[in-house]
Write a protein that binds this ligand. Sequence first.
Ligand code: F6P
Length: 459
Amino acid sequence: MKRIGILTAGGDTPALNATIHGAVVRANELRVEVYGFIKGFSGLFNPRVPHVHLNPLFQAIPELDPTVGGTIIGASRAYLDPENHEVVNEFVARLHRLQIEGLICVGGDGTLNGMQPLAESLPVVLAPKTIDNDLGLNYRSEPDEWQRKVMGTSHDFLYERAAASSAFDLEQMVNYVTPGFVTSVFVTATSIQRVRSTAESHRRIAIVEVMGRHSGYIALGSAYGCPDIILVPECPLDVDRLVQRVQELYELQKNVVIVCGEGIVNQQGQELGAEQSSHDPSGNKILNGAADALRQILIEQIGDQYFKDMRRGETAREAIFTRKVGHTQRGGRPLLFDRFYAAQLGGKSVELLLEGRNNNVATLQWNRQRGFYLDRFEGNGFRDRWGHIHARTLHPSFYDAQQLKPSRAGIEYLLPIFTRAMGQDDAESMRDTLFAPGNLLQPYHSLNTDMSKRIRYLE
Ligand code: F6P
């Protein structure tokens, strides 16, 4: 192969540039040109195919810095509809006209679904990314456990999991962790530590909402910030147990910090805060308001009198507050773990294409003997029998529903990832750059301005 393409699809992460950089470095060694498509799949919807040559003369362009969060080639949640053959053919024709011989899609489960139709016409591989850490399997046979029921119309399905039929061990996990997750947990854990000061000083109950959709990995990892209670989407909310635990803690320490995943559900399986009718362009339900809904439940269950009796002098409404970590958990400088493995996976993706693999995923594996290592997995291995890719959720053994905390197995899962996740340079960089006097004087210079000058079009 002489020329390959790369695109970044789905929500951004701090490690996307690191993945592109790893791919470009490996491509330089192998003397392969890399074209970056602008804004994920949406660049290919445009007949002029805006793109950037990322390694002219087999040198990475200077804008491509693996320590900078986000993606210099832009991202979007536009995906290709496999049923729309006309558009699929147009995409392929555009790629051929640009003499692209293979494509790397940097993305998550949505991207893996989206790249499938292209894989029938040219070699395509996925370099994983997602802060949600939901691209992967707890064990290989997990997709076979899905069952589906037809709802209302014949195209409307309800997917449900049958009980697991195999024993679980961490070493069986496919794609143990995805780049972006670690930095995201770093931001959420830091936010939790910081909110504790106010909760402690003002005798309040803080509820911090973190991302992750229906997967509780970010919430689980936020245990590093030492919250008192963690609620994950995989375990339906037990209001009585929650209220009991909140009161126990409040009476002991006069403050409580609760973390909730944005996708937490009630006993009926309904999301606490989701806007039921709204979906983002890739069809994902937009999850919003879990922390506020939880606050309302606690206000009603605990009531003003409780706080008066505790001589707090505040109403429940005043004593219980919410904060969303929001998009800060998806941005900024990636930590060493994310940078390093994102780059490795980018490089591995180039190798997979050059080995002649198609519809493959570069994966980051872990076992007790080797620690982390790279491997590959067939894209179809992530699909259920109907071809659907489901977001990975926490294995039930990772969470202790009684203590409302990570279980022993959950802690064992986190340790290899986080114990050496931060590099010295991560702390140094913060020290050197945040209060640099130049920040006060210079207007922000967006990389987009420089990248626009590099964009080329298919004539
Ligand atoms: O999938 C990544 C993610 O950050 C989710 O955790 C979150 O629900 C969603 O994207 C937010 O998407 P947007 O940036 O489009 O609001």
